[in-house]
Structures are given as structure tokens and as C-alpha cells.
Write a protein that binds this ligand. Structure first.
Ligand code: SAH
Length: 238
């Protein structure tokens, strides 16, 4: 594995607020993910260039959305090995990030990263979104909720919207072919009063593919019955 600094220098310095110290931390973080990945299955990607672009670059794309820097409390749902939450927390140290991950081993890895990189702006919660969304400490507390590669859009809306503040945003990281999934989410959008307000399509560098950020805005307080019990949003999407 090479250090990847060439790729990072070239591709990651385009993000507002990036500096050499942050690039260094991003490199250390990604190296820890790939090292840990040799023991536990965290990501299918093992090639350095691919990991830099598909994980780091992709995670950071959202900071180009003008509202992003104005938010102070963000929740990343189903963070897995840390995407997009950890790269974003490294780039934006002034924002507070809550990383929610149901899987115990992955949550332990996130806590290890927090200590290793001394990331004071993140907290790790090892629980399901359906459970924390019932607790006052989390419900309707976040200006922005993000999720990448966690579930389809209809399911994600039921998990994420209860955690958003009224007028806050839910951002789904999707691949290039999201139209069908979006059509299937229309019912959830109506029930949860969370219209799609922006689509940000983009190409990853070096032909690594098309992606899109789907941005939904929560326009009303969420009825108490959502989200339904753990597992039900996925089993019977709205
Ligand atoms: N966001 C990461 C991980 C994607 S894998 C990335 O883009 O690489 C999806 C992760 O979501 C898994 O680690 C899984 O444990 C977690 N997850 C799925 N459903 C969840 C739920 N209801 N609450 C919390 N975490 C969940």
C-alpha cells in the first residue's frame, strides 16, 4: 500500500476547509480501516486509490452544499466503518457528529478511531435508529441526518426523519440509478412530510462512477408512531 498522498493532494484539497493536517488525519484513518479490514469485514474495497475516491472523496462531497457549514449538530445513521461521518468530522471539527451504528463490532471500531485520532467532536451510539428515535435526547435534535448505503430511500426516511429537527434535512447518498427508488419513496415522503428539495448529481474522479445526494427537508413535526418497531420499516416500507 502506498501512502496515497498524491491522490489525496490532488482530489481532496478541492473541499472547502481542507488543509495538510486534515489530509494527514484522513490518510491515517483510511489506513486504519484497511488494516482492520484484513481481520474483520468492514469494506469490500481494498485498493488504495479506489478507497480514497469511493470512501473519502465521496463522503466529503456534501460539504459543497451551501447549507452544510451552517449546521452544528449532525447525525450519521448506519455509519459502518465510518462513512461518511468520520471524514466529515475530520474536515469540519467545529460541528458535532453523532454516529449511530447497530453492529457492536463496527461501533467498537468507531470508538477506537475516536480515541486514536482524538476526535472530540464525535460521539458513537451503538444502537438501532428505531430505538434512539424514541428517546428525547435524540428525537428531532439534528439539523442534518446523513446515511450512505444503509437501506432504500423509503426505509431511510422513516428512520431518519424522526431524528431531524423541524425544517432540518435528511441527506441520502445514492448511486447514479436512484430514480426508481425515489418513485417508490413517494408514499413515505408524503406521510412524513419530507419533500425532496435538492438533487446533487456528481461523478467520482477517475471514472469511479456516478453518484447523487438526495436532500429531503422535514416540514412538520413527525407523528409519534414513526419510526415503527425495529425491523418493521425495512420489512414493510411505508
Ligand atoms: N455508511 C457506511 C456503512 C454502510 S453498511 C458506508 O457507507 O460504508 C450499513 C450499516 O448500517 C451497517 O453497518 C449496519 O449495521 C447499519 N445499520 C443498518 N440498519 C441500521 C439501523 N436501523 N440502525 C442503525 N444502524 C443500522
Amino acid at each position: 500500500m502506498n501512502s496515497g498522498l498524491d491522490y489525496l493532494g490532488e482530489f481532496l484539497q478541492v473541499f472547502p476547509g481542507m488543509d495538510a493536517g486534515k489530509i494527514n488525519r484522513l490518510v491515517i484513518y483510511l489506513q486504519l480501516v484497511l488494516k482492520k479490514n484484513q481481520q474483520t469485514n468492514l469494506t469490500a474495497i481494498t485498493n488504495w486509490e479506489e478507497a480514497v475516491i469511493k470512501h473519502l472523496y465521496d463522503s466529503l462531497m456534501v460539504v459543497r452544499w451551501p447549507f452544510w457549514p451552517t449546521a452544528s449538530k449532525i447525525l450519521d445513521l448506519g455509519t459502518g466503518a465510518g462513512f461518511p461521518g468520520i471524514p466529515l468530522a475530520i474536515l469540519c471539527p467545529q460541528q458535532q457528529y453523532c454516529l449511530v451504528e447497530a453492529n457492536k463490532k463496527k461501533a467498537e471500531f468507531l470508538s477506537f478511531i475516536k480515541n486514536e485520532l482524538r476526535l472530540e467532536n464525535i460521539s458513537v451510539v451503538n444502537d438501532r435508529a428505531e430505538n434512539i428515535a424514541r428517546q428525547q435526547k435524540y428525537r428531532e435534535q439534528y439539523e442534518i441526518v446523513t446515511a450512505r448505503a444503509v437501506a432504500n430511500t423509503a426505509v431511510l426516511l422513516e428512520l431518519a426523519i424522526p431524528l431531524c429537527q423541524k425544517d432540518g434535512y435528511f441527506i441520502a447518498y445514492k448511486g447514479g440509478n436512484y430514480q426508481n427508488e425515489l418513485a417508490l419513496a413517494q408514499n413515505a415522503i408524503e406521510i412524513l412530510d419530507a419533500p425532496l428539495v435538492k438533487e446533487i448529481p456528481y461523478e467520482l474522479p477517475n471514472d469511479f462512477g456516478r453518484r447523487c445526494l438526495l436532500i429531503f427537508q422535514k416540514t412538520k413535526t413527525t407523528p409519534d408512531k414513526y419510526p415503527r418497531r425495529p425491523g418493521i420499516p425495512e420489512k414493510r416500507p411505508l
